[in-house]
Ligand binder design. Structure first.
Ligand code: GLN
Length: 280
């Protein structure tokens, strides 16, 4: 009888810990972890949160916290007071599969991985490219999108291909693969970093930089919204996007992969992508 009650508690604890922020804050977590809960939760509340139900001091049982940077259309961006986009919708579908409530935290892109490794967020989803370097600090799920690093220039620019970038001033978003690759290829001195991709694009329009290297889909949105800009035909790099999870949360990683496979299989992901990206 005792055994039965114990296993029922364990089963409940497992369900709780899957949805609870970082699994660290589950009320049923081992005591040394539980002591971290108040600090983690109050910091989450302090950060700019998309949900009005931002974490209180109490553990966030039943919630799956996603860290993102909602300045990245069409993957995540603000639509009035809501965060919408491909990632936001896929994340909502994943949370539903896992039986959790989704909470989206909007932070700087280069804070997404630290937010996940510290356990303040359960996963990061931010049009994030899988790289070997990032794999040292987080696990990535299976990929859910292919992407490219594109180059935006002014319509009358003398830069006509990737080779033309040598010696030019390139605008990037801090901490992105565009930043990492371009710093390596063209030297730190030729790179101007901005906290938002849109700010890099505005700097291009104002003639402060000669080109912007940024992911292809946001690049298309920015070019369509700002006059006098164009995309180079050739891409700077090919990439894959995936969701990042803490290295010690294998359970969540597996569950996300299973749910992703289902959503790929049943057409949910294609349907979400088609809503935001019109095929050419
Ligand atoms: N895909 C790029 C990266 O992972 C940029 C992502 C972003 O700016 N949200 O670095």
């Amino acid at each position: 009888m005792k055994k039965k009650i114990f296993s029922a508690i364990m089963a409940a604890a497992m369900v709780m810990s899957l949805c609870a922020c970082g699994s660290n804050t589950a009320s049923t977590a081992p005591s040394e972890k539980a002591s971290e809960a108040p600090a983690a939760s109050s910091e989450a509340a302090a950060s700019e949160s998309a949900s009005s139900a931002a974490s209180e001091a109490a553990p966030t049982g039943g919630k799956l916290v996603m860290a993102t940077n909602a300045e990245f259309p069409p993957y995540e961006y603000h639509d009035n007071d809501k965060i919408v986009g491909i990632d936001a919708e896929i994340a909502a579908a994943l949370a539903k599969e896992l039986g959790c409530e989704l909470e989206i935290e909007d932070i700087a892109f280069d804070s997404v991985i630290p937010e996940v490794t510290s356990g303040k967020a359960d996963f990061g989803m931010a049009g994030m490219t899988v790289t070997e370097e990032r794999k040292q600090s987080v696990n990535f799920t299976d990929t859910y999108a292919s992407a490219k690093q594109a180059v935006i220039v002014k319509e009358d620019s003398d830069i006509s291909d990737i080779d033309g970038l040598t010696g030019k001033i390139i605008g990037v978003q801090t901490g992105t693969t565009g930043d990492i690759y371009a710093s390596g290829d063209y030297g730190d001195g030729n790179i101007e970093r901005y906290s938002k991709g849109m700010e890099a694009v505005q700097a291009l329009s104002q003639g402060k930089v000669d080109a912007v290297i940024i992911d292809n889909e946001p690049a298309k949105v920015y070019v369509s919204e700002n006059e006098g800009l164009k995309l180079l035909d050739s891409a700077y790099a090919e990439e894959e996007y995936a969701i990042c999870v803490s290295l010690d949360n294998k359970d969540l990683l597996d569950k996300l992969n299973t749910a992703l496979a289902k959503l790929k299989e049943d057409g949910t992901i294609d349907g979400i992508v088609a809503k935001y990206i019109k095929s050419e």
